[in-house]
Design a protein around this ligand. Structure first.
Ligand code: F3S
Length: 390
């Protein structure tokens, strides 16, 4: 592959992996079970990224199950959302190039909700910080936090360099986090994750007294990875046994998180918004169960005029929800269910959106960083109650 026997595109992919392996001192490459590619949004990768992907698409196909991250647009509803056509056309070129290589039509940051669900101890090459952190911490599969090019190179070659979190010996805690809070809502979990990430910035936290369902852990992983280099946490009782190495924990640095810290974080990021331009839910993309909950909550109610409510889901969830009548029911309430899209990388300013209420600390963090918008963090029920009639 490296020497070009299978074509230039595959040789480029292999050169990327060999270079990474050399930098990190990997002994060899190992086969992977699946890949998940980030760096799909035109807003993030620009013209250079588009050219790179198109070049690989001329001569390479993916070798393993490969899902891809959300784009910057809903591939069908982009005109309705008011996204400029120049931008949408560039995004569509990227999508077509990925599809030519044989990736699944996924376009989601929650690939584990739509069938890319590797078992514990399996080796994969995933990009997207929230998904990688969930994968290592909750599913117990092994992945480094890949960049878009390296995840793509791995999907094309079916290999990844053996280093970092691919090695059991590296999956060992670097700090012990003592929680003085008991998160309850999904939003609480995401803020807790963000807070730990900001405090530690790197390493692998060991967290002993955390109890959450899948939605809450998904939100926690996203928050944890959003502002840090952390790609794994060891959640006692949740992270599958045998997928991490636990040393003598009394030797670990102790870090405490209490309610005051979470409150300070809210104050640091959030504005007081009375009437937002947009309520945004689904960062990371919502599951069918989460969408169902919102639909039940809103039945018979309507969003106030001039307020947008977007809920982002994987397209597979969208199609199931559509068959079940959920999408229609939510549309009747004035809610737009979007797919294929990460609202954080969509051109929000060009859509006239200046204030956003969200239930996700990851979205709050990135919206603040990337866009000149006011943001408020609150749980989904409170966010929707702010903008419903009556
Ligand atoms: Fe997904 Fe975008 Fe949030 S990729 S995790 S919706 S920032």
């Amino acid at each position: 592959m490296l020497e070009g026997e299978y074509g230039e595109a595959i040789s480029i992919a292999m050169k990327i992996l060999v270079a990474i392996g050399e930098v990190y001192g990997a002994e060899r490459l190992i086969p992977i079970r699946s890949a998940h590619i980030s760096g799909v949004s035109y807003a993030n990768i620009g013209q250079e990224g588009l050219c790179f992907i198109k070049k690989l698409a001329t001569g390479a196909k993916v070798k393993v199950l490969t899902t891809v991250n959300p784009t910057a647009i809903d591939l069908k509803l982009w005109r309705l959302l008011g996204i400029p056509s120049d931008f949408a056309n560039k995004q569509l070129e990227i999508v077509r190039a990925f599809l030519r290589m044989g990736v699944r039509e996924s376009f989601t940051c929650t690939p584990y909700l739509i069938g890319n669900l590797p078992p514990p101890l399996s080796h994969v090459a995933w990009g997207e910080s929230s998904a990688v952190t969930y994968l290592n911490s909750v599913l117990g599969a092994f992945s480094n936090r890949e960049g878009g090019p390296s995840a793509l190179a791995s999907s094309i070659t079916g290999r990844t360099p053996l280093y970092g979190l691919q090695l059991l010996s590296e999956r060992t805690p670097t700090a012990r986090v003592i929680l003085r809070v008991s998160p309850t809502s999904t939003t609480d979990f995401s803020l807790l994750g963000l807070s730990i990430g900001l405090k530690l910035r790197e390493g692998i936290p060991l967290i002993e007294n955390i109890y959450g369902d899948h939605s809450q852990l998904k939100a926690f992983a996203a928050g944890l990875a959003a502002a840090s280099n952390i790609s794994m946490s060891i959640l006692k009782g949740i992270t599958p046994k045998g997928t991490y190495d636990l040393p003598e924990i009394s030797l670990l640095e102790r870090v405490e998180i209490d309610e005051n810290e979470l409150q300070e974080l809210r104050e640091q990021y959030c504005s007081q918004i009375e009437r937002p331009d947009l309520v945004f839910l689904g960062c990371p993309h919502y599951s069918l169960k989460e969408l169902n909950f919102i639909s039940t909550l809103l039945r018979g109610r309507k969003v106030q005029k001039d307020v947008k409510v977007w809920i982002a889901v994987p397209r597979k969830v969208y199609f199931i929800a559509s068959k079940n009548g959920l999408i229609e029911s939510l549309n009747r309430s004035g809610v737009l269910v979007i797919k294929d899209m990460c609202s954080v990388v969509t051109p929000l300013n060009e859509l006239g959106i200046r204030s956003i209420v969200t239930d996700s600390a990851k979205a709050m963090h990135y919206l603040k960083l990337r866009h000149r918008v006011e943001v408020m963090l609150t749980d989904a029920v409170s966010a929707l109650n702010m903008v419903m009639k009556g």
